[in-house]
Design a protein. Sequence first.
Length: 162
Amino acid sequence: MITELEHKSVSDLLALHAEVSARLRSSGAVRSSNNPAGDYAETLFCRAFGWDMAASSEKGYDALDREGLRYQIKSRRLTASNTSRQLSALRNLEAKPFDFLAGVLFSSDYSVFKAAIIPHDLVLKNTRVSTHTNSRLFHLRDAVWAWQNVSDVTLTLARVKI
C-alpha cells in the first residue's frame, strides 16, 4: 500500500484522506471530520464500557456512564516522528467538569498501545499550567499506570471491534 501511495500527488492523497474520513464517519467509527484520533477514542471507550456519548457541544466531558459519572476522553497517536504523550488542553479543571479522564495512546496505525481511566484528582495533581493556552497539560507517561486508583483498560479497549 505504501508503495502505491508514494506515486500519488498531494492532491490525490488529500482526496483519498477526505474519502477515508467520510467512510470512517459513515461507519460510526468517528463522529466528525476532525483528526480521527479523538473521535475514535470516544467511540472505543463508549463501546467498551457502554457509556453514552455527550452532545458535541457539552463542555468538560465526552461521555456518561449509567451512574451519571462523567468521562473526559483524550488520546494521542504516537508516531516515529512524534512520540509526545501530551494530551490536548484541559480547561477549568478546578471546577471538576469530569469525574475521570479516559486516556488512550494509539500506535501509528491507530491500534491501542496503552489505555487508562484516571480519577480527576490525580489528573489535577499531575498537570502543569500553560498560560499560553489558559489550560492545564497532562502527559500519559508510563508511570500513570502504576498510580493507585488508575485502571489499566488497554486490553478492554484493544478488544473493541468496529
